[in-house]
Design a protein around this ligand. Structure first.
Ligand code: IMP
Length: 191
């Protein structure tokens, strides 16, 4: 097994990454456990922020690192909150759900999508970034599993929210799973 730093402090994301790594022969090391500093997410897009986080972790630890930057993009809000999803909620998800659903209701436009940029960085500065998207529609909050905006997002092809479908389904179809599948494929192609 080779060690790889998972550069996130979000327990929901860590839980989703862990089962994906072992089949690739990768042993995760949490950035928090190494006491790595958290860089400022100053880029205007998902890929830029994922790269900032992965590179900072790889350089500080001397190990390869993986970081994702992700968020919910709402059609009625012109793609917001997007990269600002965590800041938009500011820890109060019920209030954020209400603001998003009000915007969708006012516009009569319920489409939304999650995006995940996953960056693999090496201590020498090399990076590769993979983007995954999952499209669906917004609905009043339902279900208790998952994290963040999961209760208000119903993925295309399903009649229940991510928070109702739970990890078994979400881990197969989510934006994070899709970005990770590309990373896994690239590893298989590598000499
Ligand atoms: P980041 O840590 O800056 O990438 O912030 C990501 C934020 O986007 C999270 O804190 C959630 O608010 C939201 N988010 C990203 N992925 C998901 C997901 O799979 N489900 C629900 N919310 C998510």
């Amino acid at each position: 097994m080779s060690r790889i730093v998972i550069a996130t402090r979000n327990p929901g994301k860590i839980k989703e990454f862990l089962p994906l790594l072992a089949p690739l022969g990768l042993e995760p090391v949490a950035a928090g456990a190494l006491g790595l500093p958290e860089p400022e997410e100053s880029a205007p897009d998902f890929a830029g922020n994922a790269r900032i986080k992965a590179l900072a972790a790889a350089k500080a630890s001397g190990l390869p690192a993986l970081a994702d930057d992700s968020g919910l993009c709402v059609a009625a809000m012109g793609g917001a909150p997007g990269v600002r999803s965590a800041r938009f909620a500011a820890g109060d998800y019920p209030a954020a759900f209400a603001r998003i659903l009000a915007a969708a209701g006012a516009a009569g436009e319920w489409r939304a999508w999650f995006t995940c940029a996953l960056c693999h960085a090496l201590p020498d500065g090399g990076t590769a970034t993979y983007i995954g998207e999952a499209h669906g529609r917004l609905a009043p909050p339902q279900g208790g599993e998952g994290f963040g905006y999961d209760p208000i997002f119903i993925p295309d092809g399903y009649g229940e929210s991510y928070a109702q479908l739970g990890a078994e389904v979400k881990d197969k179809i989510s934006h994070r799973a899709r970005a990770f599948a590309q990373f896994a494929a690239a590893r298989r192609l590598a000499p």
